[in-house]
Ligand binder design. Structure first.
Ligand SMILES: [Zn+2]
Ligand SMILES: [Zn+2]
Length: 409
């Protein structure tokens, strides 16, 4: 088996990895580069965007744009595989913006045609045997893959973390479904960000509970597809007897997670508390009863930076406490990802409450210990040098450049 990293050896977004065996090609992820990254332009990849496409397939680890954002460039001749709930969430998100961004129509068509895999159920493509396992990440229904062909076994981590609500089962899943691997193609997002994971998702929920007890009227800006954060906020609101208010779009996304065949069985991913969410419809006025309930109980409003929410927030009761619960780069002036709409909606006075969707280096090392590979190939990192110095004393680190291949002996 030959492993080629087409993009992502020295940047966090836009990773494309290829596994090739006997003329067959299995690609993992085809995403957009993150804002601010050096733009390499559209990729021209034999077997993915050009040439013979008859023996190629593309696996998507999860729905973040840096992993799925370029799928509309892939020919229909290449089958694309994704997890079922992840596909449903991305389809809802893409359809939601389709009216404003017509290019999303192609993405919607691709999503509708996708093939679906099930966690823990291996499947084959040509000479490849693929085992998808569920990983904890800030995208729901995210996957790592064990990929076997020609006697070589590779573990492709995808984006993941060990400090989320679902991380507790990770080591057990690795032992049960993966065992050891010859090579690990590993994400390394937080290699030079030691503080990014200092708060666990559960710690963060405790902080929210404390805040919601202290503040009666709360407006939180999380990512609409960060399912764990959203349900964490729902349960924090419920515990503190605050109304949990979302709009129809957000409620639809959360409902999709509740219908997940595995995680949907957990009370956490259901509206299992004393209070059900209150769902906003933008064509309705605020009834006096709704207004009185907000005034009496207080609320946790899950907001997005758009005119509907901005107008609503002005009309609902009292002085609000605002929270940013996603990456702070979105509101840092000068950052390529800067969102003026979000910065204006938040204003100057807000609390920043967030934790990373990616693994810290201690836990990443524990994953390598379990998998016991001959070598590790870092991707999805802006600092491969630090990755090599962090892990090079215990494992062989193979540093490739974009487009370069590694062929195990
Ligand atoms: Zn991600
Ligand atoms: Zn990513």
């Amino acid at each position: 088996m030959t492993i080629t990293i087409h993009r992502g050896t020295d940047q966090i977004g836009g990773c494309v990895t290829e596994y090739a065996q006997d003329g067959w090609r299995l690609f993992v992820d085809y995403g957009e580069q993150l804002p601010g990254a050096k733009k390499s332009g559209p990729l021209e990849v034999e077997g993915l965007t050009k040439g013979d496409l008859s023996k190629s397939a593309l696996l998507i680890t999860h729905y973040h744009g840096d992993h799925i954002g370029c799928i509309s460039e892939v020919s229909d001749a290449v089958p694309i595989y994704m997890g079922k709930t992840a596909r449903e969430i991305q389809l809802t998100a893409s359809k939601h913006v389709e009216y404003a961004v017509p290019e999303k129509r192609l993405e919607v068509e691709k999503l509708e045609k996708m093939k679906l895999f099930t966690p823990g159920e291996p499947f084959s493509f040509g000479p490849f045997r693929i085992m998808p396992i569920s990983m904890d990440h800030s995208a729901f229904d995210a996957y790592a893959f064990k990929i076997e062909a020609g006697g070589t076994k590779v573990f492709h981590t995808g984006d993941f973390r060990a400090h989320g609500f679902r991380s507790g089962k990770m080591e057990k899943l690795l032992t049960l479904y993966i065992g050891e691997a010859d090579y690990v193609v590993s994400e390394g997002t937080n290699v030079s960000r030691p503080a990014a994971t200092s708060v666990t998702e559960r710690d963060l929920q405790c902080q929210f509970i404390k805040c919601f007890r202290e503040h009666k009227y709360n407006v939180v800006y999380p990512s609409s597809t960060n399912i764990d954060r959203l349900f964490s906020l729902y349960h924090a609101a419920d515990k503190t007897n605050r109304l949990f208010i979302v709009d129809y779009y957000q409620k639809n996304i959360m409902d999709l997670a509740s219908q997940d065949p595995v995680w949907g069985r957990s009370e956490f991913y259901n509206f299992s508390g004393k209070h059900k969410p209150l769902v906003l419809s933008w064509n309705q006025s605020i009834s006096p009863k709704f207004s009185a309930a907000m005034e009496r109980l207080g609320y946790v409003l899950i907001a997005r930076a758009n005119p509907n929410f901005n107008e609503f927030i002005v009309r609902i009761p009292r002085e609000k406490t605002k929270y940013l619960s996603m990456w702070e780069g979105y509101i840092k002036k000068g950052s390529e990802a800067y969102s003026e709409a979000l910065a204006e909606a938040l204003g100057e006075d807000y609390l920043f409450m967030h934790t990373s969707g990616h693994c810290d280096m201690d836990r990443l090392g524990k994953v390598f210990e379990l998998l016991n590979p001959k070598a590790v190939i870092p991707i999805h990192t802006d600092n491969p040098e630090v990755f090599a110095t962090t892990f090079g004393n215990r494992w062989q680190i193979i540093r490739l450049c974009d487009g370069e291949s590694f062929c195990p002996a």
